[in-house]
Design a protein around this ligand. Structure first.
Ligand code: 0L1
Ligand code: MG
Length: 260
């Protein structure tokens, strides 16, 4: 894969997101694409979004559950970036006309009070550097046909990042047991998924620590003030126009949106 290919593929992904159009997974054309090449495409895609005036809210972890990693045949999660244009107010609306085939998953996010740079960061370092924990609903929307992809495809596609709704309650981590913290996800009042923090690599702070260590491979770190999604506590659930999606988190309150 050349730099030109990288540019072309990042543009294809950007166009697919903008035009709400599924594309064939990149590895159909580039079957030997490596994880490193996939991150190079993601980096170009992220740079294009910034050139278009969008601001990064924070990096995020994806594929953090044992089930998703087993499904993809990997033992390391992936990361992507959440941008300002993806944020929907709590209780607000998500327009299906702007998305392809979205799914929703319940997560918690970390807001750091100080920068953290790997390598060798562990969960204790992350908890010490965290100002607040915030509940969230992440809406993922793969740009690939039928949500089907291999690991390099989904990395290149910014880990399916699409929209996010953050809750209104910010809680310091010292008063929480994040691995035991539970969540229920309901659509139109019907329970659809349950989860707990332990589903995220045993403890959500482990995921944030791993993210710091992964970013250090490219000389980057986590920054104070970023809002960083740790990974899904529940399975990802499809929703449709007209649905009201509601999550109830232990000690962190509720997060909801309506799909229109
Ligand atoms: O946030 C996530 O866990 C998404 C990772 C990508 C996998 C998917 O789209 O299901
Ligand atoms: Mg997620």
């Amino acid at each position: 894969m050349t730099t030109l290919d990288c540019e072309k593929l990042a543009m294809e992904l950007q166009r697919a997101e903008r035009e709400r159009r599924e594309i064939v997974r990149l590895t159909a054309q580039y079957p030997n694409m490596t994880v490193e090449e996939a991150y190079a495409i993601q980096e170009r895609l992220v740079a294009m979004k910034r050139e278009n005036g969008y601001r990064i809210i924070g990096p995020k972890m994806g594929l953090t559950s044992a089930a998703k990693m087993a499904q993809m045949g990997v033992n390391e999660p992936i990361y992507g970036y959440v941008f300002d244009y993806m944020v929907v107010p709590n209780g607000g609306t998500v327009a299906m006309s702007e998305l392809i085939h979205p799914k929703v998953e319940a997560e918690i996010a970390f807001i750091l009070k100080e920068d953290v740079k790997g390598p060798n960061i562990d969960a204790a370092d992350i908890l010490a550097a965290t100002e607040y924990i915030v509940p969230a609903l992440e809406i993922i929307d793969s740009r690939y046909v039928n949500f089907q992809f291999t690991l390099p495809d989904v990395i290149a596609d910014n880990a399916s990042s699409s929209r996010v709704v953050f809750g209104s309650r910010l809680v310091p981590p010292v008063s929480l047991e994040l691995d035991l913290l539970g969540v229920s996800l309901a659509i139109n009042g019907e329970a659809r998924a349950f989860g707990a923090g332990a589903a995220v690599l045993g403890h959500p702070a482990n995921a944030i620590a791993m993210l710091a260590n992964m970013l250090s491979r490219k000389g980057e770190g986590l920054k104070a003030g970023e809002i960083i999604l740790a990974g899904a506590m529940t399975e990802a659930v499809r929703f449709a126009a007209g649905d009201v999606v509601f999550a109830q988190f232990d000690q962190l309150g509720t997060v909801s949106f309506r799909a229109t």
